[in-house]
Structure formats: C-alpha cells, structure tokens
Design a protein around this ligand. Structure first.
Ligand code: PAF
Length: 254
C-alpha cells in the first residue's frame, strides 16, 4: 500500500532524500474518487519515474457550486487500492488548512482563456484550479506531472501557467480513457441515474459526428441534454452538457 502523508513538511523531507539519491519523482494530482482514467495517469507516471506521488485533495476553491463540492465523492480507502495496483509510492492527502494557510488571500489567475468555455459557465473555477495546481506543483517538486486530456482546457491553462511562471516540472498530457460506449470516464459519472447513464454516451457520439458545433448543440438539446456550450477551436471540438445535476465535459478532434 502507498504511504499516506498529510503535511507538506513530511513530503519535503522525503523529497530531499529522493533528490540526494537522484530518483526522479512523477506526480499525479487528483481530487480522489479514482477511476481507470486516473489509473492510466498513475501507470504512466510509474513507467516514467521510479518514485510516484499522487495527491488527493477536493479543492474547495475550484467549485462554483456548493452542492457539487459537498457531494463530490470522497473515498480515500478505495482510492488507495487503485493507487496500490498502479504502483503509487506516496499519497499526499492534506487538509484544507494545510493547503490554504492564509486562506484565499493569494490566488493565481489567467485573464483570457480561463474566462471562456467552462470558465464562462463556472466563474472563478480556473482561478481555483490554477491556484491549487501551483501550490501542488511547488510542494511536489516533481520532474514530471501528469494530467488527462479529458480536461483539455484545464491542461492548456496549466501548461501556460508553467511557461508563464518558469516552473521546472514537465507537464505530460495523457489520453482520455472511455467506457466501451464512448462516455469519457469521470468521477461525476457515478452520480448519473440509470436513465441519465443510458443517454450519456450520446454526448460523445454527437460531438464526433455532427458536421459543425451549431448542429451538435441542436442534436444534443433534441436528445435531452442541457448544453452549456459546444465550440470548435484550433482543431478541437469542446463541449459541456448537463444531465440533471451532473455536468459532463468532453472534447474530440474537429
Ligand atoms: O483535474 C482535477 O482532478 C483537478 O482539477 C486537479 C488538477 C486535481 C486540481 O484540483
């Protein structure tokens, strides 16, 4: 089983040892409720690096919806089983007080792309993501950090932040892992009712098959989705929809 640590100081002491013995660290930040999509990031990290650190922290500052934050699945024991099978060595599971020692006085932000697509529908979301990822990258001090392409906008913003602030960690993008019916794996899928789960794969099917974003939106609405957006940008079609209280995002080549 991976060793669970709760404080920055504990990881810093371990990290110093790995630096002394020249062992590279791979880092996989998560909010827990792990699924095979996370598993693929963990396995990739272990292939690349002798030491793998994963974090489990449901970050309050990236939730624009209190209900979503409070109902986000939390299951550290089950998560540790998948971490173990994937070769994770250490799990950092900090408290909110450990991660935000001075509350939210200091935030990291981006002023353009973070306001578009998901950012236009979830005010402040990407400020919360970039802030916590900046903290986590500083704490982990890893050679490489692994992020899924399902969260394509998040991935691009994180890469941009690392360039803007000269962060040394290499950001490694990993392909989206899908259910057999095409639905992108997500911790939120567990909240879908049976009827919503049956409809959910239509989201990816329409993103792939519709000739343009306008027609994709119309087809999704006709199928019963509430559409936040579908947009084509620089060879990628981005979409976000709602089924009941559950929000799904996905992206495909356009
Ligand atoms: O993608 C996620 O799970 C989260 O946004 C992240 C990167 C772990 C930051 O909380």
């Amino acid at each position: 089983m991976p060793k669970i640590i709760h404080t920055v100081a504990e990881w810093r002491a371990l990290r110093a040892g790995f630096r002394a013995s020249r062992q590279a660290v791979g880092f996989v930040p998560t909010m827990g409720a792990l699924h095979p999509g996370h598993g693929s990031l963990l396995v990739r990290a272990k292939q690349d690096c002798p030491v793998v650190l994963a974090s489990v922290f449901v970050n309050p500052t990236q939730f624009d919806d209190k209900w979503d934050y409070e109902n986000y699945p939390r299951m550290l024991d089950t998560d540790c089983d998948l971490m173990d099978r994937s070769g994770v060595d250490y799990v950092l599971a900090p408290s909110a007080a450990e991660m935000y020692p001075n509350g939210t006085r200091y935030l990291v932000g981006e002023t353009q792309f973070s306001r578009e697509l998901c950012g236009a529908h979830r005010p402040g979301h990407f400020d919360g993501v970039l802030t916590v990822v900046m903290k986590l990258l500083q704490i982990a001090d890893a050679e490489r950090a692994y992020f899924g392409e399902k969260d394509q906008q998040q991935l691009q913003l994180i890469k941009g932040m690392c360039t803007a602030f000269f962060l040394p960690t290499e950001i490694v993008p990993c392909p989206t892992i899908r259910e057999a019916d095409g639905l992108a794996m997500s911790s939120r899928n567990a909240r879908l009712s049976p009827a919503e789960r049956a409809l959910a794969p239509t989201f990816n099917r329409v993103l792939r098959s519709a000739p343009d974003a306008t027609q994709a939106r119309a087809q999704l609405e006709a199928a019963g989705f509430v559409v936040d957006y579908v947009e084509d940008r620089e060879g990628i079609r981005y979409g976000a929809v709602r089924l009941g209280k559950t929000r799904l995002i996905d992206n495909v080549a356009s």
